[in-house]
Write a protein that binds this ligand. Structure first.
Ligand SMILES: *[C@@H]1O[C@H](CO)[C@@H](O)[C@H](O)[C@H]1NC(C)=O
Ligand SMILES: *[C@@H]1O[C@H](CO)[C@@H](O)[C@H](O)[C@H]1NC(C)=O
Length: 379
């Protein structure tokens, strides 16, 4: 029975890996819902790549691993699925931008960083490094930083190539995660990275004072400027700038931005401020998927935006945009049509990883996304 399930999983994984990537972040090991997210919760067959956040750099521009025990036990997941790739992420929201700027500006600092990357990544048995743009949208700032970032990517890739020929080990993977409206689309850093995950969400949020979906596929078709930000337009810009489609992964958020309606309107673009926090995640304006599904089950009204091809829901004064089976399928169909390399998911720990909140089994969001990717592939 168990053996059979494992074999089926393996076969699916092999098929799947040959075409679309499914890169899943783990953003937090802290308490989510009633359970604490642990390595034991990770299904090593769910995604093709798992990315652990975040390792910072210190005053000598070197990566400083936080939790040795965790990194080791995390990489032992590959004993169960040898096809799985694990990446260590550096950068992100709480990253020290000053240090990063100093690091990318001077060759000697970049070299110190690159040496530490090789050491840390190999010591813990990761398969590569993911460089994440500081959020919200701080690096790189303009053309000069773009050139420096490209230098960093080139030097990292060269170091990975050399290390591989010296050690005889498989070359380390280099990936990057960027916001979709980044000017980076113009630079040639993409030559040096294996793939680029686009943070194609948070395109709209409560900070704009009106309701809107964080990840609409198409334009809302209104005159409101913000509602024009949409995936189709942004990704096509990257393709227009000659970034290879197969290197681009479309990002999916396993969370919603929440709004509190200010008046009687409850459609897209209705006056609203930041909504309440989720019961467990306790962050204002934010709900993890395992909270969103409970909100919807509690009798919220669900609507479909025909223009933007995404659903939203409201109940009383609470409003949120989310993804369902229908919108995931639409996006996957769209990304397959453009021949993108696959999907990135932020993040594993925001899905219903215990299966107790949404009552749709474990990881309902990511499993739905994965089955949509598989279904498109078979066509
Ligand atoms: C930075 O981290 C590295 C690796 O852990 C360590 O060897 C180095 O001494 C640290 N530098 C500073 C200034 O903390
Ligand atoms: C960032 O690093 C610089 C240089 O080491 C340090 O002076 C500064 O305090 C750090 N900033 C934060 C927010 O940690």
């Amino acid at each position: 029975m168990y053996l059979h399930a494992a074999l089926v999983g393996l076969v699916l994984q092999l098929h799947f890996g040959a075409t679309h990537k499914l890169v899943c972040y783990i953003s937090s090991w802290s308490s989510q819902g009633m359970a604490q997210f642990k390595v034991d919760h990770v299904d090593p067959f769910l995604c093709t790549h798992l990315v652990v956040t975040f390792t910072d750099i210190n005053g000598s521009y070197e990566l400083e691993p936080h939790d040795h025990q965790l990194y080791h036990s995390f990489n032992r997941l590959k004993l169960r699925n040898p096809k799985l790739k694990t990446l260590l992420a550096t950068g992100g929201q709480h990253f020290n931008g000053t240090l990063f700027s100093q690091m990318i500006s001077i060759k000697a600092h970049r070299t110190a960083f690159i040496h530490s990357v090789l050491k840390v990544v190999r010591t813990f048995g990761f398969d590569g490094l993911d460089l994440v743009q500081k959020y919200p949208y701080v690096f790189p700032r303009g053309l000069k930083d773009e050139a420096k970032f490209t230098s960093l990517a080139r030097e990292l890739r060269l170091a990975f190539d050399r290390e591989s020929s010296r050690s005889g080990k498989r070359r380390l993977v280099l990936s990057t995660t960027l916001s979709p409206w980044e000017q980076m689309a113009g630079s040639d850093f993409h030559k040096y990275v294996d793939f680029i995950s686009l943070m194609s969400y948070d395109l709209h949020g409560p900070w704009q004072g009106v309701t809107g979906h964080s990840s609409p596929l198409y334009s809302g078709g209104t005159s409101q400027n913000d509602l024009y930000l949409n995936i189709n337009q942004m990704v096509k810009y990257w393709l227009y700038r000659k970034i290879p489609a197969r290197k681009l992964l479309l990002g999916f958020a396993v969370y919603s931005r929440t709004f509190e309606l200010q008046g009687r309107e409850h459609g897209m673009g209705a006056p609203a401020k930041e909504g309440g926090p989720g019961k467990y995640t306790k962050t204002t304006g934010f709900m993890a998927l395992f909270e969103v599904c409970q909100f919807i089950e509690s009798g919220a009204t669900v609507k479909w935006s025909k223009n933007q091809q995404v659903p939203y829901a409201y109940k009383g004064k609470q409003w949120l945009g989310f993804e369902n089976q229908h919108s995931l399928r639409k996006k996957v169909k769209w990304l397959t049509h453009l021949d993108l390399g696959g999907a990135m998911v932020w993040s594993l720990d925001l899905d219903d990883f215990t299966g107790t909140s949404c009552h749709q089994g474990k990881y309902p969001f990511i499993k739905q996304l994965k089955s949509s990717l598989l279904a498109q592939r078979k066509k």
